[in-house]
Design a protein around this ligand. Sequence first.
Ligand SMILES: NC(=O)c1ccc[n+]([C@@H]2O[C@H](COP(=O)([O-])OP(=O)(O)OC[C@H]3O[C@@H](n4cnc5c(N)ncnc54)[C@H](O)[C@@H]3O)[C@@H](O)[C@H]2O)c1
Ligand SMILES: [Zn+2]
Length: 366
Amino acid sequence: MKTIRLKNKQIDYPILIGSNLYKDIGKICKKYLEKNRVFIVCDITIYNLYKDEIHTSFKKTKIECVFIPIGVSEKKKNINTVASLSSKIIAHSVDRKDTIIALGGGILGDIVGFTASIILRGINYIQLPTTLLSQVDSSVGGKTGVNNIYGKNLLGSFYQPKLVIIDTNVLKTLPKRELLAGYAEIIKYGIIKDTKFFQWLQKNGKKVIEGNTNARIYAIYRSCINKSQIVEADEKEHGIRALLNLGHTFGHAIESLNNYKKNIIHGEAVSIGIIIATKLSYVEGHINKITCDKIINHFVEIGLKISMPKNLKKITPKKFISEMIKDKKTVNKEITLILIKRIGEAFIQKKYSQNKLIKLFTEITT
Ligand SMILES: NC(=O)c1ccc[n+]([C@@H]2O[C@H](COP(=O)([O-])OP(=O)(O)OC[C@H]3O[C@@H](n4cnc5c(N)ncnc54)[C@H](O)[C@@H]3O)[C@@H](O)[C@H]2O)c1
Ligand SMILES: [Zn+2]
């Protein structure tokens, strides 16, 4: 098992990565609990697949577990779900010594983290991510939240977990489409800050998708190290944490224009968004054609999505950009983008006017 410690003056928690950890989950969690009881909020799919194994493990350590399965989707990632989940938890007379475990993918983890941050003004929670995407990104770093009718993740908090446990074994039941969605967030780290990791992925990326345990552990470990370093330096996103949004301003606009329908999931929208950011970096003269092609070729080789879904192809650049403006980084209607200087270095480009972006967008999409 590999351990990373996310640590700065305010934060300190471990991220454990290994295979087959669920059988010992009770023992692993025990020393982080203040009571012999946990609330396990889980995605219904995960509940059906892993409930027995997890229940047995907690039982062995004499920890009572209260399972709360919930239906999960981008459409249900909203404040109503947070309200009903909070009531289900508070009904058990919780106090500040209780702990909630988020067992599921990124949607579940974001909802549960946010709920934990507001129950009694904050109770302990542990992340047990079950998708590749949540293992390499959303379970680490304490960004929690839900969507709002005006856009994605517009309600939320920074609220760090007490512990993150990543078991690669659960990826065996994860559909390939979801694995590819997670890979888009993995390759993101290579592009924004880790040249060597990008090169490693060029050689080994397929093994990660195909199920090689060591390759998966390494890719997750390296992703979590990169994410931890960024969060340690800038927890509340005053600066470099924004680099993690590479492809996301475009991606969130795609998800929102698509009404969060399942023909395009978050990691797929991010994948298309990274390709748009790559092309923009090229037309703006920050990277050359060779670098631009190197990134696009890797996406194609792995099987990631690189172009808009059919139903959104007719959307005009103007409509797209006016959706992008709802991004959290927009100030005074000027859009901030994350662009690429070279593979292994991204930068924050502020103050893009809508008109300039419409022009650039037309250039790269025609
Ligand atoms: N908080 C952050 O820092 C952060 C970072 C990146 C993404 N996100 C958020 O993460 C969300 C996307 O998360 P996601 O891609 O994990 O999607 P998800 O939570 O919807 O999970 C994907 C699907 O896989 C199923 N599933 C999960 N684990 C499984 C397993 N082991 N076996 C079989 N099926 C399984 C789920 O039931 C679901 O249908 C988005 O809402 C995004 O905004 C947050
Ligand atoms: Zn993301």
